[in-house]
Design a protein. Sequence first.
Lengths: 427, 1015
Amino acid sequence: MRSISLILKQFSRQVILIAGLAICGLTAYAQGDASKGEAIFKAKCTACHKLDQRVIGPALGPTLEAETDDKWLTKWIQNNQALIAAKDPKALKIYNEFNGAAMTVFGDLSDGDVANVIAYVRTEYKKEKEATPAAGAAAAQETGPSNIVVFGLIGVIIIAFIVILVLNKVISTLERLVANRPALAPEEVAAEEEAGPSKGLLLAKMLIKNKKFVFFVLLCGTIFCSSWTWVILWNTNVHTGYQPVQPIKFPHDLHAGVMQINCQYCHSGAYKSKNATIPSLNICMNCHKVITTRMGAKEPSAEIAKIYDALGYDPATQKYDSTKMHPIQWVRVHNLPDLAYFNHSQHVKVQGLKCQTCHGPVETMKEVYQYSPVTMKWCIQCHKRTEINIKGNAYYEKMEQVHELIRKGGKVTEAMMGGIECGKCHY
Amino acid sequence: MDSNKKYWKGLEELNSDPEFVEKNKHEFAEPIPIEDVLSSGGLSSKTPRRDFLKALGFGVGAVTLAACQKVPVHKSIPYLIKPEEVTPGVPNYYVSSYEGHAILVKTREGRPIKVEGNPNDLLSKGGLNAQAQASVLDLYDYNRLKNPIRGGNDTTWDQLDGFVKNELAAVKAGGKKIRIVSSTIHSPSTLAVIADFIGAYPNTKHVTYDAVSYTGIIQANQNSFGKAVVPHYNFDKADVIVSFGADFLATWISPVEYQGQYVQNRNNKSLENKKMSRHIQFESGMSNTGSNADTRILIKPSEQGIALVNLYNEIAGTTLPGTKALGNTNAAKAIKLAAAELKAAKGKALVVCGSNDVATQVLVNAINSQLGSYGTTIDLDNYSNQYKGNDAEFVEFVAEMSRGEVDAVFFLNTNPAYDYYNAEAFKTALKKVRLTVSFSERNDETASLCTVVAPNHYYLESWGDGNAIEGYYTVVQPTINPVYDTRQAEQSLLLWSDNAVKDYYTYVRNNWDKNLQPKGGLQSGLKGWEAVLQTGFVKVAPKPASAQSFSRDLNGVAQTIINQSGRTAAGDGKFELELYQNVAIRDGKRANNPWLQEMPEPVSKVTWDNFVAMSPTDMKKLGYVQGDIVTVEAHGYSVALPILLQPGQTQGTISVAVGYGRTMAGPVANGVGKNAFPFQTFLNGTFQGTSTASLTKTGDIVILAQTQTHHSIEGRDVIRDTTFKQYQKDPSSSSGEERKHKPYEDLWDAYERPAYDWVMAIDLNACTGCGACVVACNAENNVPVVGRDEVRRRREMHWIRIDRYYSFVEEGKEITEEQEISELKDLDNVQVVYQPMLCQHCDHAPCETVCPVLATVHSSEGINMMAYNRCVGTRYCANNCPYKVRRFNWFNYWNDARFDNYLINEHTHLVLNPDVVTRFRGVMEKCTMCIQRIQAGKLQAKIEKRPLKDGEVKMACQQTCPTNAIVFGNRNDPNSEVSKALKSERTYYVLEELNVQPGIGYQVKVRNTNTELEA
């Protein structure tokens, strides 16, 4: 009975929670169509705004959460210049906060459009906020496999311990039985004599004397140590997560994430060469000739100044002094050994892989770390699983074997094309 | 008859020397002390167990400690401002030219790493010789001068310019002579700079001096036809070629070009049209060309002139006064037959002679004129500029200096202190000159005697041009910033002569703009220039080659020739000495190049040395053995050199290579061999390389670092050849049914080769054995240089070697049984076959099955792969390889101070191909079929979304081969070049009876022998 009421209680709690959330959602939806708003938001706003981050303009998520006056918001979005000109206090505050950077005037947006955008921003931000912890959990689970082994081991040890205890109980029961029949008990006088001080010590002594127990502990220890060594050896020279300190704190999350700069803008070799190439500083200067400060900051950025320093560039005069030039010594994150040949263009251009497949979510990395293990096993696994991109590539046209495979309906992996043969990478 | 003809790799194998037999029992020459350790003494000694444990403990500890270091931090340094055309990881190719040949220079990240032939080159059609292939290494030679020098001390260019200009002004005021001494310059711009310099200093004269001179030919043409030039020879138009000691396939004038021409009438295509030229060689030493000849007749240098006179008599049907009959009956008979063949091939015949004697060359001109060669096989209108040296002028210059008439001298790309026959006289005379300037890249024998050394750029750092053949202009463009603080010699001359143009690049541009671009039909200005930098050359339509009429009286000429041969004829135990150029080292200018030093000389297979080549009969007579050091003495100069037993060397003659014995070239060349240039003499206005020498044994003995004897063929059927007659009867003669083996039951499953089956076809009839492929492979695949000592231990690392096989003919009979060899009267009638030997990429590779760690496995593209990082160095594979093509890294050659001279410094590391790893100590390596090129070719096709084209991927050896003897491609494609080549009836597979199913098919060597001459 007790348990049933408990279940009911939990159930009702869930129902209330869901209902509450639904109402919240409905109230939000009531004011505009978020899905319509999304299109407008992506077309017009993303150049300067992000939901959760301050970019050129403020982070819209928190701002709209705090600002509930939708009428004012509509006015601001449609024509912020008018509000500023009218010396609206709220408008002036934002205007000053962003160094007098004027927001684009969106006179072409109707009230309905603006409402849609606001609705989209609010729901999307809410979704994001809720998703963050969940994603964290998922991430934690993703690192699972190795933990499973550890937990499994611990579980095995615990179970083994319990088994020992049970067995000991059985033994002691049996001993008691024996003791009840004195004829069977041999000389136990000495033992009883020693049985004096405390119960804990007694137990310890008993355990130490118990050969089976000692053996078991030793066995467990050995298993634990060797599996630990095994794991260590497997991971020797595997530098997943390697995140060296770079001479310039280059934020990929800002450039690739917030600014959405295409990876190939800087790593232009990835499409043409075996090297993805670290950009030379003239690429940086394409933007940083103009952008000299950190986002939102007034002071010139010390990190950007390092670019100028390396180039012997004087931002004041905008002139280069070639005598002061010195290269920037980046620390290599992904160190493929010389004995393995890797070609970026093969993977990016021909296969059409996304950079993130191997390099992970670079667009969220404040400082780049090694995402993949970059071991041979990792390479081979991918070559065995991934279907190769043969569509529209006349290179594969004449390869009858490939056609045969397609006809059979099988997928064509790199491994089938000889992609796991030594000579493909080692020469 | 031919099916059991015997071949020998060397005389050691033939004689079955006990040492050779013993060494060949084992895979590796050096004994491994297994027996000692496992013998009873080793096992029953007292403490092996404890020692073992100690060693084990220490070893584990040491390894653990060594492993306990932090992972090194790798830096990644991008360009500050990346040049637009450079993408790291992608090679750029630039046109340039090497000695007048249009070439392509492959650069990676701005540094040249390989030189490749320009497929459109007029001369070599994309082929390159070993020297050109090796030239890229010299760029990074740290023995080059790093800054200008004055009076032995480092100085700056400004100071140097001030000094030289002051001196020149003083010299000009003094009114004494100024001389510019150079080797042949055919660059129009350089010649213009020199002309401008002469304009500024009118007392200047330009003296051209070539270490190996062709003045004889130039003078003879002046005498005969009034044209003082080296003609352009067309070996492709000749059906009958008779050469008197001209090594035209290896060293004579323009060998790469001639190789291509020569093979056109002998390769697969020509044979299928049932056409093959005949090549008769009269010579004393066994040259690379002679070894390729259909018929090789041994004559002494002293007999050469008489033979030519006799040949003229036969052809012209006259008898020149003073004609002597040849004492050598075999040669006399051969002359008669050769004359008949030449006459029959009138208009398609060519006679060439290696002599630098004017009279001899005049006679050759007369013969060629009789044969109607001018206008067909010899072209005097589109002549060659490759050699323009004037020996008499140089001798006169030395005399001028010693008379104190010269006040200033400039040496450009020449080194008389080393290669002038009378170097001592030159050195003493040079001391009397007020201003001596050398433009040498290194502080060589001459530069070290000069007050000023203004180091020149290397050709890969220079602007310039070339004009090897009249009407063919190539451009030289820099492919790297100057590695050291050097300056182009032309630039120095411009500055010192206060030229209006201060910058040599502008000068070259102006010259091309004004003269050469219009000649090539290009518009002037930048557009035309850019077109030149794309194609690499401009070509003027060749003038029609005119026939020349020879109308000189030959009586005097014949008399001079006869007298001269009397002079060289040796008597009373003396030998006739002939100097020659080694294919790798040539005149010794590139002697400091380890790739060239380690390239085995085609015939002798000796590396890192010159030697006295001697006939086996003579050696027997004198009781010499190979390696005996003898003192060779001729007109007052003597050197001590080891003896090489050379079958096919004319009895009573010895041959010595020039180009060795450098003293100031750098650590690689210094002390390697002995200088033979002083054996030259100055006679009748030219330098001549023959004289009489006496030999005395010193009692010392050395082992020559010879590669050929490193393996034994154990009498197996590796080489096959046939005669043209037999080939015409049955194209599959000696490759056909009678030598096929019955099909075997396969032990292994066949490999699937779904997409590609990479194979190779090598035409033994096209291969001349020049060795260019060996050096090209070195450059492409980072093959290390091991040095003389290691070569002696049979540890050379070349992935491709050219095996040279001897077979013997006596009295028209081929030697088929090994014991017959001892019954031979002499070993004169030797035939040579070259066989490039590299990993055969067997489909049933014996190496793969024995590798305990699967480091060598088969690919689905038919390639036998080698994963170095997997190899643990058991060497089982090498042991099990029937072709002996696997090479073991006994040392970490790229990073071991013992190999300091070669490749371990930071400069030479820049020449490494970044797409190929360098191998570490203890791993096996071998030919990979340039897998990096295959992969790159496939990737390029994939990127461009198109199928891989046949011929798109070229092996390094194939690419450089001047005769296109090597064809590589996909056997799965029935239309590929290689499939077609392998379908040839001549194709056979080496050791196919082992059923290893090699991937390289060889085409039987065909000899167009004259049976009458053989008899």
